[in-house]
Design a protein around this ligand. Structure first.
Ligand code: GLN
Length: 538
């Protein structure tokens, strides 16, 4: 029988609940337990796939093609859990299922209510993950902040879970803020007391508190929180700001969080080892030997969360090369205004990430031309690869009007366009080319040099494709199509011969990169960038 941990958040959002959840899972995994993780999102959208990045940040894609919350990215980066569409549940999904069942008449004339029908559906989905993943411990992160109206059904389901599964099989962890008030020179526990109070009104007594704080918590403060919140003092865990998110599992472990959890569950650790994580991940992030600067040219640059997996994958590439990666976030529209020389100065690598719509496209194309002409390592991802194709068509292959039909429907030189099957689609939700697809790699290419394999699987999220009509003309001008989806003969990877490192990929390699196992393309991109940085420094 699985054990369950619910993680809720209090006081304010953006305290790093996703990373905290991933870190707890990591330390339990390091004790030898198989874990799975879920994100329970209280919003009404069925999935975040149709949401604007300004609303939601990055959309993380699982290998089975689900468009999910970015916290699943943290879960996969920190643990070995294999996540699928089952691991992200939204209110929208819960209601769709219950209402479809009601229309079929499955409820046999009963009144359908939040309790028990909605809460039962939530609990069933949690149990399904436990069963299918065969995890020994399942962690559920409840989105939003305690006190929100919309998260109430999830919290009620969490409460019922404790009753039904037995309190010894359930742990409630509450992540809260303990602010430091500068003018008073004091740490304040009141917001935490209120937040725990609100949880208790719902019927949930937290077992463990994770206290986000910028100042260390004294034993006195911990004792106060313990007394007022009815949580044992050793279970008041300090979550101090740290330079790297990858340190957080160590921060928790050093305070004995794994022991507290396992004791509650009556489990004995099978082994316990985070030494590798410390040596091969954390120390490499904190004390790198080399350094480089990489520009990420996108249109949601001011938003921290929009390119989360890209930024992490770049750091992983750094870890693999013992190299600190400084990321310069460049708004592609600023390149349109100020030109690439000025905006991209000092960057020893240029990455253009995925995206949708025309805004900022010409700036990205200018950045790519600059990388190509000045032999600066370039990595184009999804839309970034499509822009590289447009740039090459316009400036090298002689198709001066080249475009994507996403930006210019009646383009006469549509180097990027829709396949027939995509043209027929009317609905927006979950209809892109999504999830894992095989890709055949051609030998003696930059792609092969990175993967050292001829068959790979990568995750996709796009509608448009490279238009095969232009393949010959591109090849004649020095472009190499080094990765192909064989079944449909679609271009998955293109690269430029005679350039130190210039690779565009139609898929999203960032989703499969791990801190202790950098994605091969990110590893090679950073390596190339590091070489350029060293040459420039010399
Ligand atoms: N907008 C492009 C498409 O739909 C690229 C998508 C992306 O970068 N994820 O094909």
């Amino acid at each position: 029988m699985a054990k369950y941990i619910f993680i809720t958040g209090g006081v304010i959002s953006s305290l790093g609940k996703g990373i905290a959840t991933a870190s707890i899972a990591k330390i339990l995994e390091s004790c030898g337990f198989k874990v799975s993780l879920m994100k329970l999102d209280p919003y009404l959208n069925v999935d975040p796939g149709t949401m604007n990045p300004y609303q939601h940040g990055e959309v993380y894609v699982t290998s089975d093609g689900a468009e999910t919350d970015l916290d699943l990215g943290h879960y996969e980066r920190f643990t070995h859990a294999k996540l699928t569409r089952l691991n992200n549940v939204t209110t929208g999904q819960i209601y769709s299922t219950v209402l479809a069942r009601e229309r079929k008449g499955d409820y046999l004339g009963k009144t359908i209510q939040v309790i028990p029908h909605i809460t039962n559906e939530i609990k069933d989905r949690i149990k399904k993950v436990a069963k299918e993943s065969r995890a020994e411990i399942v962690l559920m992160e409840v989105g939003g902040t305690v006190g929100d109206i919309e998260s109430l059904p999830f919290l009620e389901a969490a409460r019922q879970f404790g009753l039904e599964e037995g309190r010894g099989n359930i742990i409630y962890i509450h992540l809260t803020l303990v602010p430091y008030i500068k003018v008073a020179g004091e740490i304040k526990t009141k917001p935490t007391q209120h937040s725990v109070g609100t949880l208790r009104e719902i019927g949930i007594q937290p077992d463990i508190l994770l206290c986000r704080t910028e100042k260390p918590l004294s034993e006195d403060v911990k004792a106060k929180i313990s007394l007022f919140c009815n949580v044992e003092q050793n279970a008041v865990i300090e979550a101090l700001d740290v330079p790297s998110i990858y340190e957080i599992p160590l921060v928790f472990k050093n305070q004995g969080l794994d022991k507290i959890i396992l004791k509650h569950f009556g489990l004995r650790p099978k082994h316990t080892d985070l030494k590798d994580w410390q040596a091969k991940v954390v120390d490499k992030v904190l004390y790198p030997k080399h350094k480089t600067t990489v520009a990420v040219v996108g249109k949601y640059i001011e938003l921290q969360d929009a390119y989360k997996s890209i930024y992490e994958a770049l750091r992983h590439g750094g870890i693999a090369n013992d190299c600190g990666v400084e990321i310069k976030k460049i708004d592609s529209e600023s390149i349109e205004l100020d030109g690439p020389e000025k905006t991209l100065e000092g960057a020893s690598g240029i990455l253009v990430p995925g995206g949708f719509g025309y805004r900022g496209i010409e700036g990205k194309i200018k950045a790519i031309a600059y990388a190509r002409e000045n032999k600066i390592p370039f990595f184009g991802i999804c839309l970034g690869m499509q822009c590289a194709a447009i740039e090459f068509a316009r400036n090298v292959a002689g198709f001066t009007k080249a475009n994507s039909t996403e930006f210019f429907k009646s383009s006469t030189e549509p180097v990027i366009s829709l396949l027939e099957e995509q043209r027929k689609i009317k609905e927006m939700g979950a209809t892109m080319r999504l999830g894992g697809y095989p890709c055949q790699i051609q030998k003696a290419t930059m792609a092969y040099q990175a993967y050292r394999k001829t068959l790979i699987y990568e995750r996709h999220r796009h509608r448009y494709e490279f238009n095969n009509r232009y393949r010959k003309a591109f090849e004649n001008n020095g472009l190499v199509f080094s990765g192909i989806y064989p079944k449909k003969d679609l271009v998955e990877i293109l690269e430029l011969s005679g350039h130190p490192w210039f690779v565009g990929v139609q898929f999203h390699p960032e989703f499969q990169s791990r801190p202790d196992k950098a994605h091969p393309l990110f590893r090679e991109f950073i390596k190339a960038s590091m070489l350029l940085a060293a040459r420039r420094g010399a």
